[in-house]
Write a protein that binds this ligand. Sequence first.
Ligand SMILES: [Zn+2]
Length: 120
Amino acid sequence: MTKNFKTRTCNRCGWVYMGVSRAFAETEVAEFNDYFKTLSKKKRKHYYNDTPSSIKNYEHCQCGNLYTNFRDAESGDAPWGVTMSSIIHDESIKKLIKKTIKKVNKNFKNTLSKLAKSEK
Ligand SMILES: [Zn+2]
C-alpha cells in the first residue's frame, strides 16, 4: 500500500513525508479519534498529551510549513529506512485526473481515426 504514495520534501526544513490524499488523512484521523475516545483520561494524557488527532497534523510540517509548500522528494532526501509521517498531497490526485483525461482523449482520437478510415 505504501508504495503507492509519493514521498514529499518540505521546502522550508527539508523533512521528508509520505504524501497521502486528504480522504486518506481524514480516515486516519477518524480512526485514531475513535480509538482515543476508548482510552481512560489518564492514558490519553500519558500517551497523547490529551490531544486527539486533527487534519491539521496532516496539513503542516513539524516546522509549521503548510503541505502546499512541498516538492516531490528526490533520492537522498531521507535516509534509507527512516519512519515517515504523512502529509497531505492533493496534487497526486490532480495528476491522476490529468493522466486519466489524457488517456480518454487519446482513446477517443484513436476511435475517431479508426471510424474515419472505415468510412473511406
Ligand atoms: Zn518543514
